[in-house]
Design a protein around this ligand. Structure first.
Ligand SMILES: Cc1ncc(COP(=O)(O)O)c(C=O)c1O
Length: 408
């Protein structure tokens, strides 16, 4: 049987302080907060979906028509609508964002011995997708200014075995893609955007999803649009799209059924999920606008609190603030973990930033001795505040008031 890979924190030495403490217990023990009257305020989750459009109507249609598998017509409608929102021609729906990434790399024919450059500061799925192919993830640090992969370091990590680069648009802030694409082109590398967190984000006015050879999106329930679970690969490359559709569905051959020329996968999305997805795409512009307005309000309210760094905003980027992240500097007076604990006591859920890939038990041996100080610092200091599209201005005020209050 498979055994977990254990990593004793003492092995990390001084780096152990980078790893977040245990999750604080979420409660409302100190309520009611006077300015909110006698009514007990609700726990504000870090994120929640909004299913207030045509979701129920479309799902009911699936049930009533008996089309619940991946053969129903919402699949194509959702793929077309989402690809159009990304300003590309093809969308290949699948089970998750991780799978969309894996599908892209499988289509490229990646194999053991190949290398793929990814940021160490990302969600584990970026690295997993590379690992599933047998290729090796190669890490780079983050840029302090954008929280994205350090493009200066990418070139230095290219070897004759490098096949692809996966830029991650961290928390919805696009990578400087013109620069990255120029670099990739010089070296003949594929660029697969990990846009799992960046639905509707713009780079110099162009949507994420249209900025590389292909892009992977997640529709997990905390994403800007959701299908419960789900993902999509989008691309303008017809050959890539056709192969991805084939691999997604067991690589059934067009010549005859049950005839297979590739190792395929069972990675299909259901019509039920796509029905939710279509209803969500219809509302995507509103969700994106809400995230941007919420982020602007947070930034305005937080600006005079010393020791907090608010999210990046590069001149090329129109971020979607999938999550509103902050960095807690020493000047704030509380550690990140202590701040989280105090917010949790007052019913405000937060989440820590990613733990970098080189500090994960599962990848520790692979990257032993490698150091990425910016990503490590983000891991130590970063948290995101409640960020749902449905968050109200009053809730944002409550979060910021509480944040001020617990600092005293
Ligand atoms: C950057 C990034 N990539 C990939 C994924 C994986 O998406 P999923 O959970 O749909 O597999 C996520 C999910 O949160 C993510 O944040």
């Amino acid at each position: 049987m498979l055994k977990p890979v254990e990593l004793d924190l003492s092995e990390l030495g001084e780096l152990a302080q980078v790893i977040p403490g245990p999750e604080p217990k979420l409660e409302l023990s100190l309520s009611p907060i006077p300015q909110f009257g006698a009514e007990r305020p609700r726990i504000i989750p870090v994120c929640e979906p909004s299913l207030t459009g045509n979701e129920l109507k479309y799902v009911t249609d699936c049930i009533e028509s008996n089309w619940i598998s991946s053969a129903g017509h919402y699949i194509q409608a959702f793929e077309r609508a989402f690809a159009a929102a990304c300003q590309v021609r093809y969308g290949i729906s699948c089970c998750s964002g991780t799978i969309a990434l894996h599908l892209a790399l499988a289509v490229l024919g990646l194999q053991p011995g190949d290398e793929v450059i990814i940021p160490t500061f990302t969600m584990i799925a970026t690295a997993y997708a590379v690992t599933y192919t047998g290729a090796r993830p190669v890490l780079v640090d983050s840029e302090r200014e954008t929280w994205n992969m350090d493009l200066d370091q990418v070139e230095a990590r290219i070897t004759p075995r490098t096949r692809a680069i996966i830029p991650v648009h961290t928390y919805g802030h696009p990578v400087d893609m013109d620069r990255l694409n120029a670099l990739a082109e010089r070296h003949g590398l594929w660029v697969i955007e990990d846009a799992a967190e960046a639905h509707g984000a713009l780079y110099k006015g162009r949507p994420t999803g249209s900025l590389g050879d292909a892009a992977a999106f997640s529709f997990y329930a905390n994403k800007i649009i959701t299908t419960g679970e789900g993902g999509m690969l989008v691309t303008d490359n017809e050959e890539l799209a056709r192969l991805a559709w084939t691999l997604r569905d067991h690589a059934f051959s067009s010549e005859r059924h049950f005839w297979h020329k590739f190792i395929g996968y069972s990675y299909r999305m259901t019509n039920l999920q796509a029905a939710v997805g279509l209803a969500q795409v219809e509302q995507m512009a509103n969700f994106v606008a809400a995230r941007r307005a919420n982020a602007a309000y947070y930034t305005e309210l937080l600006k005079d609190i010393p020791g907090l760094v608010t999210p990046p905003q590069a001149e090329w980027a129109t971020s979607v603030y999938w999550m509103y992240g902050i960095l807690v500097q020493d000047e704030f007076g509380l550690t990140r973990d202590e701040l989280r604990r105090r917010l949790a006591q007052r019913g405000i859920e937060t989440r820590t930033f990613f733990i970098p890939m080189h500090l994960q038990p599962i990848y520790y041996e692979m990257f032993k001795g490698e150091r990425y100080p910016v990503a490590e610092d983000f891991c130590r200091r970063g948290l995101y505040l409640p960020s749902a599209s449905s968050l109200t201005r009053q809730e944002i005020e409550r979060v910021v008031d509480t944040l001020r209050d617990v600092r005293r």
